[in-house]
Design a protein around this ligand. Sequence first.
Ligand SMILES: Cc1cc2nc3c(=O)[nH]c(=O)nc-3n(C[C@H](O)[C@H](O)[C@H](O)COP(=O)(O)OP(=O)(O)OC[C@H]3O[C@@H](n4cnc5c(N)ncnc54)[C@H](O)[C@@H]3O)c2cc1C
Length: 495
Amino acid sequence: MIDRRYYKGSSDGKRPLTRDPLAQVKSRYDVIVIGSGLAGLTAANVLAKLGRRIALLEQHYNLGGMATWFKRKGGHVFDVSLHGFPVGMIKTCRRHWNRTISERIVRLDGIRFDNPQFSFETEFTRADFSNKLVEVFGIERARVDQFFAHLAGMNFYDDPGATVGDLFEQHFPGRGDVHRLLLEPIAYANGSNMKDPAIAFGIVFSNFMSQGVYTFSGGTDLLVREMRAELERNGVEIFSDAAVESIAVERGRVRGVQVLGRFLEAGAVVSNANLKHTVLSMVGERHFDRDFVAGVQAVRLNNSSCQVYMGLARGQTLAGNTDLLFTSTREAFDADSLCDFRGQSRTFSFYYPKTRPESGRYAVVCSTNAHFADWANLDASAYLREKARLCEEALAGLERYAPGIRSKLEHVEASTPRTFAFYTQHWQGASFGTKFEGLRYSLELSSQIEGLYHAGSVGIIMSGWLGAANYGVITANKVDAWMAAQLSPSLVPKA
Ligand SMILES: Cc1cc2nc3c(=O)[nH]c(=O)nc-3n(C[C@H](O)[C@H](O)[C@H](O)COP(=O)(O)OP(=O)(O)OC[C@H]3O[C@@H](n4cnc5c(N)ncnc54)[C@H](O)[C@@H]3O)c2cc1C
């Protein structure tokens, strides 16, 4: 029986604006960054530190994009995409943000798998996975070492074009249980599946395997607050509630953006919005070569997500120390089934007071991968019914590990691909940007339109918190080099 008290729908409506979000805006900037996801934020910060005058325009009232959180009555705070990222985030934040941020990145130590094929805790490192493959799965150690050596030797520029499925069959033929161990967590982290290029899986998986899974202590709200403060110290002018309508291009060169009915001039524009939205909608097909447009049209979007946010009442606690639980009742592994509308596989992220020491609260977030199409056309009542069903399934799944949890909960709420599409403007609510083929078009944008760049989740590799932030750095450096070359043409690299 579903208890209706739990299912408080998230508001899917925009607030009317009571102020002019652009009241302080100037008419010209060196660079305009569209979107404040981790890639946009990082690109803006790096460019500002290089001395560029930057405006950051974000359509939502919060900064962070998918790296976001929300609050609910009763003191509940829920993180949306703070489940885990690789250790590389420490270096990225130390170099391109500051030590206050990097020093809050801590390792998760309670990671667990539980499914009909295997059940254990893991450190999520190469050493521990190797031991598990030998001791639990009965694979020869030499074969395990060969697999990891193969991953280490993978090279983006020398990719033979194998798929993840090919890679797994080469090293662990017919071992669906091993395939599940290797792919399931990465599928949740960036939407990879068996048909994606092995190189994309290899890079992301190896990033995690180096030292395990990390999180940001203090929650996403603190991270974004610290990032905003750093941007302001570096002189970035930040405008939220500022949805860019279009990117202005003249004679093959970017001129600025149209936002809330105003034109803002810029020497360069970095779009952190979805690649397809940037090219096909904000710029418009007529400004690109026909082949480029056809290529972008063919780029596939990655899958979306559903989540159920469960907040414990004040004073209620959770036993145990599991931070991340990959769980499934599905007998055998099938990567595509991770996106099933009525799926049997989900991850639970457990948030203890150690995450937000000042709040003393406990929360659990249940995440599943999802297809936008399954949710897009539900009418209002079917949508509410399916959200309630999602909550109920998450609760039933959680009860297996936390008996009596229902009586401890004060708030339960679901988000769907529609929620992600609404809050980030990502086409089809894509949680991890585009599939691999998007990377090429993202990288080549400036060869089509001078001064126009993209930074944001693409190609699986440049997805997730670390991939997005690192891509922001790469793009910022490209923009800076191009701007420097405008002043000093001799610096333009010879073709
Ligand atoms: C449910 C879920 C769980 C996840 N869990 C993890 C995880 O545990 N670990 C991990 O590493 N990654 C995780 N991810 C992925 C990760 O959050 C994203 O890959 C990353 O945050 C994306 O950053 P981004 O810079 O590409 O852009 P986004 O965060 O997508 O931001 C793009 C920004 O552009 C803005 N924008 C769009 N159009 C306009 C416009 N016209 N004008 C102005 N602004 C605009 C949007 O509002 C948004 O703020 C998760 C994602 C989801 C959805």
